[in-house]
Design a protein around this ligand. Structure first.
Ligand code: ADP
Ligand code: MG
Length: 266
């Protein structure tokens, strides 16, 4: 049977520090632990996903910048990580000028889509591509969403959590109506959840009431292991497999997979 193309998911929220990178790395690693082949595209000039997966700054010769603006194929920018089945296209500060450079190209919003849909991508046999977006709804994020099947939104359980979300949802709708009719919302995952904190619980109820089935049952707890793991260049499921953070991300991967099998009619 012919291999289907990878499912492409943008991990996005224009707010910084809500858990996008942590979710990308650990969801990616959890999917890879299920035997799936996963590529992470680091699309943030800060390069936190690359650092968190152990790629040194000095060791980023071919990057996401080259994928978007130098027509380097995905197969040439992808790097192995310490996790079998988990690859990454690294990012560095070059990306910070990318959106300015993209403005002057004719296919400015389709550069990521062109790169990921290139014919040789199928030879990589990927099941998932996860794009770790920068904390902004800029041209980079727009490129990610135009290239994606869906958008996964990490949402920190705090006051005003829903505020920025409407703007993000509006962008998703606009892209669906113009550049990418298949784009949908993958879902919202609550991050840094503290079950002893009453405000967290109130925010959870509020988010669930508003977004219903879009909100994953799995919530990611605030867990210090999740913040320690990146300095060892490892996902938490490798750094401390029994930590609450590791258990939560494995459960998120399982929940997402079962949604996908339902959608695929499997
Ligand atoms: P973003 O990519 O949205 O800017 P990050 O994933 O980098 O956010 O997370 C911001 C900071 O919070 C990082 O230092 C990260 O290690 C920490 N962090 C993220 N999720 C958790 C969590 N569930 N528990 C504890 N610390 C977390
Ligand atoms: Mg980040």
């Amino acid at each position: 049977m012919a291999k289907t193309s990878p499912r492409i998911i943008s991990v996005a929220n224009q707010k910084g520090g809500v858990g996008k990178t942590t979710t990308t790395i650990n969801l990616g690693a959890s999917l890879a632990a299920k035997g799936l082949r996963v590529a992470i595209i680091d699309l943030d000039p800060q390069g936190n996903a690359s650092t968190g997966l152990g790629i040194e700054h000095t060791d980023r010769k071919k990057t996401t910048y080259d994928l978007l603006l130098n027509e380097l194929p995905l197969s040439e920018v992808l790097r192995e990580t310490a996790v079998p089945g988990l690859l990454i296209s690294p990012a560095n500060a070059d990306l910070s000028s990318a959106d300015l450079e993209m403005v002057s190209t004719a296919r400015r919003i389709f550069l990521m889509s062109d790169a990921l849909n290139a014919s040789e991508t199928s030879a990589l046999n990927l099941d998932y591509i996860l794009i770790d977006c920068p904390p902004s709804l800029n041209l980079l994020t727009l490129n990610a969403m135009v290239a994606s099947d869906s958008v996964l939104v990490p949402l920190q359980a705090e006051f005003f959590a829903l505020e920025g979300l409407s703007q993000l949802m509006l962008s998703v709708r606009e892209i669906r109506e113009t550049a990418n009719s298949k784009l949908r919302l993958e879902g919202v995952v609550l991050t840094m959840y503290d079950r002893r904190n009453n405000l967290c619980h109130q925010v959870e109820l509020d988010v669930r009431e508003n977004l219903r089935d879009l909100v994953f049952k799995t919530m990611i707890p605030r867990n210090v292991r999740l913040s320690e793991a990146p300095s060892y260049g490892l996902p938490v499921i490798n750094y401390d497999p029994t930590s609450l953070g590791a258990v939560a991300y494995k459960s998120l991967a399982t929940e997402m997979r079962s949604r996908h099998s339902l959608q695929d009619g499997a």
